[in-house]
Ligand binder design. Structure first.
Ligand code: GLC
Length: 476
């Protein structure tokens, strides 16, 4: 079985969010289990790698021109996974207005590569595993491209390549003007356009849902939430028509990368049986580093994107106002939407027990994971979430809302704290409960910390479900 895992970002090469972590760790875990997996992504200018060589080129018809894409090969660090990086001026950047066009072009190149029957660029592949809207067009393009007569016709696979699409976040669906379909050069009728105030448009993610063999998402609860219509009726309608469901497979955690017994960012290291003294020391240093008063009050942490639609920052802001008389501290680290930055800068100015650091600093993030007592993850929705798993591995109790992967990973009163309704009252009540437990029952609090540290989220465990899925796909 040969698998090509296609993505827009891979930790160690280029990272914007949680997708990058999964795109590194999952292929590495698959290859450790004997699956022959390669990864493919655009070769952005920002990517700096040594030991990379050009191993081939692909001729892609796009926007009535024939474009040459140069494909480079390198290895993912600390692994045997081959990474194919696609170089072309259209693929130099990630961020700009033409982003949907760029990824549609990249998808066309991958679709073409997947059809070759000879050993071209690591192929021929049996399964193309796509991720999020960026690569969701690939199943449709493979279908269309295999119908078209190419000059290279004799090298085209006769067997049908199977496709999987993993949704990491349904909030982003890759909207593009209908003119994109003309650039791709396939009949207009294969797309499912909809009207916007600016005219007809397509969504790359939902086009993926129409054509892919299997859709997965990154936790069982998020899979249920999606099919219940929590994130829009269109998805429910497509899946009814397809007569199948979305498979939810919980993400794993790279337990080598996140390891409190061996994390160079930490001043001291610890295991489940030596948590308390080490964490106390890290907490003290953290308070100093972020200019919070030295105190043994419970310290809450938040690390993440300041994303107004997902991360529950509005709840945190109003809970803070209601907690004015409580003895606690809060440190927030993150970048994102400007109005949220201004809001948290003001809250930190007005409250001596709150620190807001407006940057992305991985070392500091690691010290917050280790030095806080509680990690706040009150997301409105969370496909999987990495923060709560990292927190637990570092013996810090996550306080989460019962949604998506948060609901699947945190057990209330055992390995963390869980609240239900998306309201600041519910978050506030839970924070009060936690502050009082911390004060009045330190024994229970610390036994929960140990229990949280012992939960096994490693990919070694999670990866089996993907392998089962790949096998069932090839058997079907
Ligand atoms: C996205 C989701 C997050 C998930 C990550 C990796 O960033 O928002 O919940 O953990 O993708 O799958």
């Amino acid at each position: 079985m040969k698998v090509l895992f296609v993505t827009s970002e891979i930790a160690t090469l280029y990272k914007k969010g949680g997708l990058a972590d999964v795109s590194y760790a999952l292929p590495v875990a698959l290859s450790q289990r004997g699956i022959n997996v390669s990864v493919a992504m655009p070769f952005y200018e920002a990517i700096k790698v040594r030991d990379v060589s050009c191993v081939g080129q692909l001729a892609i018809d796009y926007d009535r021109r024939r474009e040459l894409v140069f494909v480079f090969r390198t290895l993912l660090p600390h692994s045997h996974v081959r990474a194919y990086l696609f170089r072309h001026p259209l693929l130099n950047d990630y961020d700009d207005a033409h982003i949907a066009d760029r990824f549609a072009f990249f998808s066309k190149a991958v679709a073409q590569l997947s059809l070759y029957s000879e050993n071209v660029l690591g192929g021929p592949y049996d399964i193309i595993h796509c991720n999020d809207w960026h690569t969701a067009l690939i199943p449709l393009l493979i279908g269309e491209q295999s119908k078209v007569g190419y000059r290279e016709r004799e090298t085209i696979q006769s067997k049908r390549v199977k496709t999987i699409l993993t949704v990491h976040n349904l909030l982003y669906q890759g909207e593009a003007g209908f003119s994109l379909t003309l650039k791709l050069g396939f009949p207009k009728t294969i797309f499912h356009p909809f009207m916007t105030p600016l005219g007809r448009a397509v969504r790359l993610l939902t086009e993926g849902f129409e054509y892919v063999d299997i859709v997965t998402t990154v936790s069982p609860t998020y899979a249920k939430e999606i099919t219940r219509g929590v994130h829009g009726k269109r998805i429910v309608e497509i899946f009814k028509r397809r007569k199948d469901t979305i498979v939810g497979i919980l993400n794993g955690l790279d337990t080598k990368l996140w390891d409190p017994s061996n994390d160079p960012a930490l001043p001291v290291h610890y295991y489940p049986n030596s948590v308390a003294p080490a964490k106390a020391k890290i907490k003290q240093q953290l308070q100093q580093a972020v200019r919070l008063p030295k105190s043994d009050a419970p310290l809450f942490g938040f690390v993440g994107r300041l994303e107004p639609r997902q991360k529950g920052l509005d709840l945190i802001a109003s809970a803070i106002k209601k907690l004015a008389t409580e003895d606690y501290q809060l440190v927030l680290l993150g970048t994102g939407q400007k109005s949220l930055v201004t809001l948290f800068e003001k809250l930190a100015r007005d409250h001596h027990n709150i620190a807001f650091i407006h940057t992305f600093d991985e070392r500091l993030a690691r010290r917050i994971y280790a030095g806080s007592d509680i990690m706040l993850v009150p997301s409105k929705f969370e496909p999987c979430g990495l923060t709560q798993m990292i927190a637990m591995r570092y013996g810090t109790l996550p306080l989460v809302r019962k949604t998506g992967g948060l609901a699947d990973t945190v057990s209330d009163g055992k390995t963390g704290f869980v609240f239900g309704p998306y309201t600041s009252a519910a978050l506030h009540a839970k924070m009060i409960e936690v502050i009082s437990l911390y004060r009045n029952n330190p024994k229970k609090f610390s036994s929960m910390m140990t229990a949280a540290m012992k939960v096994d989220f490693s990919w070694a465990h999670q990866v089996k479900d993907y392998i089962r899925l790949y096998k069932s796909l090839l058997a079907g």
